[in-house]
Every structure is written in C-alpha cells, then in structure tokens.
Design a protein around this ligand. Structure first.
Ligand SMILES: NC(=O)c1ccc[n+]([C@@H]2O[C@H](COP(=O)([O-])OP(=O)(O)OC[C@H]3O[C@@H](n4cnc5c(N)ncnc54)[C@H](O)[C@@H]3O)[C@@H](O)[C@H]2O)c1
Length: 277
C-alpha cells in the first residue's frame, strides 16, 4: 500500500545486489512512496547481481561506486546533485567480511581482512557521510540510515569480525549524528534488523538455525526484508524528523528477550523435559 510518504524526495540507495537484498526492497518501497533516487553498487556487484533490472523498475539509473573510495563517492554525489539538486535520504546497506568468507574464526583472523571488513562495513559509512557533508548534498532535515545487527551489542556465535564492524557503524551514527544534526539538522540512524536470508545473510555461520532461534525468541517473529524496507521508509519520511543518533531495533522484540516459551519448549524437547505452559 502506498501512502505517498516520500513524494518529492530524492535520494541515493547503496547495496541492492539482487531481489533478496534489503536495499532492493527499500528501493521498491521508496519508488512506490513517490521518491526518486540513484542506485549504486560496486562494478563487480553490478556485473554479478541484477541491479539494472531494479533500475528499470524504478525508472532510474545505477552509478558504480565502491563505498570505500572517496573519489567514487564524490563522483556519485556529483551525478546525484546534477540530477536532483540536494538530497533528502541516503541508505547505506553495505556489509562484507573477507574473514567470514574465508571461514577464518575470530581468534585466528587475518588482520589484513579485518581492516577490509571494517573499511567496507563501517568506515564506508563515515566516508559517505563526510562526502555528503563536504558537498553540502543533504537538504535540512534529510535522513541517513545504515543497516546494523544486534551482534553490535551481544555476542552471537559465528558473526565474527562483522560484530566489531557493526559496533563501529552504530558509533559513527551517533558521532556524526551530533555534528550533522547541529550544523544542518540532518538525522543519522542505524536500523538493527533481524537475521534475513539474503546473499550477505547466507554467509553468516548457521544462519538457518539462527533464524529459527530468533523466530522462536521474538514475540512478533523475525522481521522480513520488506518489513525492514517499510521501517526505512518511515525513517526517510517527515514523520520521524526528531529521531537521530539512534540504533533502532527492528527485530520483532528479539533484542529485549532473555528466554521465550517457544525457545524453552524447543530446548527442553531435546533434553526430554516437560514444561507447563
Ligand atoms: N541479512 C541479514 O541477516 C542482515 C541482518 C542485519 C543487518 N544486515 C545488514 O544489511 C545490509 C545489507 O545486507 P543484505 O543482507 O541485504 O545483503 P546483500 O548481500 O544483498 O547486500 C550487501 C551489499 O553490500 C554491497 N557491498 C559490498 N562491498 C561494497 C563496497 N565496497 N562498496 C559498495 N557496496 C558494497 C554488496 O555489493 C551488496 O549489494 C548489510 O549492512 C548487512 O550487514 C543484514
């Protein structure tokens, strides 16, 4: 259903790889809500994925940019500003860990890969915001959102150095949120999403079991990519103008739970223990 929440708003959406990507759903929902935006991803992901198809659907273009490279970001912002003038929203939906890809456990990390994880998954957020600010690219009350995960606060087996990247990402939202808010009333937040079956998500060790666990633990169940997109839309809209510097959990309640009946029932089944419901 469309509410015209983003009518007249312009933006940039990073990170749509294929139709499972959270950024893909955000682009579709933003388009439905009346926004205009540029899509961007790395040249390799543009080749391997299907972002061109999304661009056609959303009547827009894809501009190649590696979000770790300042020169790529400058070029992207220049193109976006030539097309739209100032921007109202930006989505950072970027994550990658070479240590996870190479299955190196946290106590045996490659530090070269560790740097890359932090650069791609967290410092890129700082670079995007810095470039936007440098080029005065955001309208007053604009909204910048990045996607995070509860591993920033709590240890989850197998999430590896991405947990450190997410902690840094959330901290950048607070540190830059203060400066950009004070100077230009631009808001910066992270949305901490449930585990979701995407290309990046399927790289997380034991994702099927993890999703089953979080589904059982969350009173509202896991949040889907589409539901995450709906939340992003509200964060881009004028309905959330005073929300900034927050990490916003979008996880069906998982982050506030310790143990649920559904999880306990499952766990006790394997121990052959009966519980009174
Ligand atoms: N899937 C989950 O379980 C889950 C849960 C919480 C948060 N998130 C976060 O959501 C975001 C999007 O991930 P997704 O699950 O949609 O997976 P995805 O694989 O569809 O998206 C990840 C994107 O990052 C892009 N990317 C990688 N390196 C890049 C670079 N150097 N420059 C620009 N883009 C680059 C990839 O091309 C890809 O489009 C990530 O930040 C991820 O950590 C995912």
């Amino acid at each position: 259903m469309s509410y015209n929440l983003l009518k007249g708003k312009k933006g940039i959406i990073f990170g749509a790889l294929n139709d499972m990507s959270i950024a893909w759903k955000v682009a579709e929902r933003s388009y439905e809500e009346g926004a205009e935006f540029i899509l961007t991803n790395t040249p390799v992901s543009m080749r391997l994925g299907s972002v061109d198809e999304l661009a056609k659907k959303c009547n827009t273009e894809v501009v190649a940019a590696d979000a770790t490279k300042d020169s790529d970001l400058e070029n992207l912002i220049k193109i976006a500003m030539e097309k739209y003038g100032k921007l109202d929203f930006v989505l950072h939906s970027i994550g990658m860990s070479p240590n996870v890809r190479k299955k190196l456990p946290y106590d045996q990390l490659s530090y070269d890969y560790y740097h890359k994880t932090l650069d791609i998954s967290a410092l890129s957020f700082h670079k995007v915001i810095s470039q936007l600010k440098k080029h005065k690219a955001m309208n007053d009350w604009g909204s910048i959102v990045a996607l995070s995960y509860v591993a920033a606060q709590r240890t989850l087996y197998g999430y590896n150095d991405m947990a450190d990247a997410k902690s840094l990402l959330e901290s950048i939202a607070r540190s830059f949120g203060y400066i950009y808010g004070r100077e230009s009333r631009v808001r910066i937040n992270t949305i901490s999403q449930s585990p979701t079956m995407t290309t990046a998500g399927s790289g997380v060790k034991g994702i099927d079991g993890l999703m089953d666990f979080t589904e059982r633990m969350s009173p509202l169940g896991n949040a889907t990519a589409l539901e995450c997109a709906d939340y992003c839309i509200t964060m881009f809209s004028d309905l959330t103008k005073k929300v900034t510097m927050q990490n916003l959990f979008h996880d069906g309640g998982f982050s506030s739970m310790g143990m649920s009946l559904r999880a306990m029932t499952q766990y006790n089944k394997s121990l052959d223990i009966e519980i009174d419901e």
